[in-house]
Design a protein around this ligand. Structure first.
Ligand SMILES: CC(C)(COP(=O)(O)OP(=O)(O)OC[C@H]1O[C@@H](n2cnc3c(N)ncnc32)[C@H](O)[C@@H]1OP(=O)(O)O)[C@@H](O)C(=O)NCCC(=O)NCCS
Length: 168
């Protein structure tokens, strides 16, 4: 079992998760979450630098559990704002919580708190990431373009990034 979260069957349900802004003290837990979810995860220092540069990091947090080795962070989404656009820089759901509606709930809440003067939300996703593409399509994002050979793969080759956007 991955130690970044605890089994949903014996712990909190999706309805128990709270949506809050991450703080600097969460960066180690964010890196743990990222290591479980991504092939090329951000480090704790990258999360620190991101927060320090003004990016926002939203998380879904489970109620505290007695076992302190287990993080209460279930999912995160990092965004940056430039003029009237928001870019989604990172989305991760802990493996044990995936395909249970957590990513949908997280992104719906991130989109709902976008200020009224935001016109567009942008993101990039690996072409091979079917679950993420399905999630973004479900939320209304459309595919606008492609960056050839943008992402490194674990086998040493590269793959395309799809550029997606949502007009608010
Ligand atoms: C991609 C990710 C964020 C989705 O989060 P999630 O909580 O699993 O997604 P949800 O349960 O809310 O599902 C949303 C939609 O995604 C699709 N989906 C989810 N898991 C899927 C899977 N294993 N295969 C295919 N589609 C899937 C479905 O269309 C689903 O909608 P539906 O249940 O109404 O049919 C999550 O799997 C994740 O963290 N993956 C690893 C990191 C990553 O890829 N991040 C995104 C980088 S751009």
């Amino acid at each position: 079992m991955n130690s970044s979260s605890f089994p949903p069957s014996s712990g909190p349900r999706v309805a128990d998760l709270t949506f809050v802004r991450a703080e600097e003290g969460d960066c180690d837990a964010l890196a743990l979450l990222a290591r479980g979810a991504h092939s090329h995860p951000w480090s704790a220092q990258q999360y620190r630098d991101s927060l320090g540069s003004g990016h926002r990091c939203w998380v879904l947090r489970a109620p505290e559990v007695e076992d302190e080795r287990r993080s209460s962070l279930v999912a995160c989404c990092v965004t940056s704002r430039l003029f009237d656009e928001i870019e989604v820089l990172d989305v991760a759901v802990a493996p044990e919580w995936q395909n249970r509606g957590v990513g949908t709930q997280l992104l719906q809440r991130v989109l709902a708190q976008c200020p009224d003067d935001i016109a567009r939300v942008l993101l990039e996703v690996r072409a091979s990431n079917r679950s993420a593409r399905a999630l973004y399509h479900k939320l209304g994002f459309s595919e606008d373009g492609r960056r050839k050979n943008y992402y490194p793969k674990s086998d040493g080759t590269r793959e395309d990034a799809l550029l997606m956007s949502l007009i608010l």
